[in-house]
Design a protein around this ligand. Sequence first.
Ligand code: PLP
Length: 413
Amino acid sequence: MGKFEFDIARVRSDFPILDRKVNRCPLVYLDNAATTHVPDQVLAVIANHYHTHNANVHRGAHTLSLEATGYFEKARERVAEFVGANRKSEVVFTRGTTDSINLVAQSWGAANRKSGVAVTAMEHHSNFIPWQQLCRARRKKLGVVPLDSSGDLDLDALEVMLRKDDIGLVAVTQVSNVLGTVNPLRDIVELAHRFGALVLIDAAQAVRHEAIQAHELECDFLCFSGHKMMGPTGIGVLYGKASLLEKIPPFAFGGEMADRVDAIRSTFQPAPLKFEAGTPNYVGAIGLAASIDYLKGVGLSAIRLREQELLRYAEKRIRSISEVRVLGSPKRRAGCLSFAVEGRNPFDVAAMLDAQGIAVRSGSMCAQPLVKNLDVAQVVRISPAFYNTFEELDACIAALEETVAMLPPALQG
Ligand code: PLP
């Protein structure tokens, strides 16, 4: 088999959930932008940890605790290598992307009371509200970079903002969770740095299929979640440049993040531990490292190519259905696409597809500013992963055609 070819039957056999039936039909899971499934190999690593090595980390001199700490820190090394960090201390374990972004908003925000923030009009609420709230509390400017009619960012508008306003940080998604737009991160980082602003990248939707090399990209912070890359839930990552993580203060306090504590004051561990108050999700971190090993085993380039082909195929077929409007036509699309079905309620569409075992997302995708801009109330989204097949996409499209025929717009309230 060639380097980028896929043994799809073998890959699918790693995910027993893909074999189940929903509403007496074979499951067709096309909601991978919301969460991905976990292969047996990752589940086995998690089970083995609980069976064999479980103890709290960084807290004991006994053998189990030392073993668990060793696996936890090894997981940090694997994540650091995966994201292209310079060193493992640039990797903070969090609960997920949302947690990572809130951490930076609070910690960087505490150290930078004077600057505003620029976000984009395509951000998930996770990369929008924390900055909005920070700016509101500080009475600082929150700039929102608009999109053009294709769904690409207007970088000229960002430049004007950086030139005119006191923007200390630009928070931008790598891939839109609605349009699938892949943003030109190198240009954005270069532009922001030219004006002295930091850049935080929300890589939640990119992490599985876009090569991430944080150090080389020179971004300042980068965030993602394990559950969108075949890992467990409740574990995420904040990558931060070492110099910045040293500078910004911790915002959550508790066990193991402190160095010296007395009644008057406390001092804290160096990063990353100063950001990991309380018992960390060490089993989640070990599971995340296993999911990285799994993805590498399948082949990161093969995954990227297959997901691109699946999405391109889906887009071409969906565009051919009359009354269905695919939203946006960005220069590059990855991971997902959203559409509106003329006159039909997206929840009805999703329910009709579910009746045939097909799982798609419907609603505002936690991106209300973007969806409002698209001039639709709600959307339907499909997001194939490498374990999906072209036959599954055919089944989804056939069901969609049937749905359009059966749900006349006149019946909609
Ligand atoms: N950012 C983007 C672009 C997302 O798509 C999501 C989740 O869908 C998040 C952030 C939030 O991720 P989590 O819920 O894992 O924190």
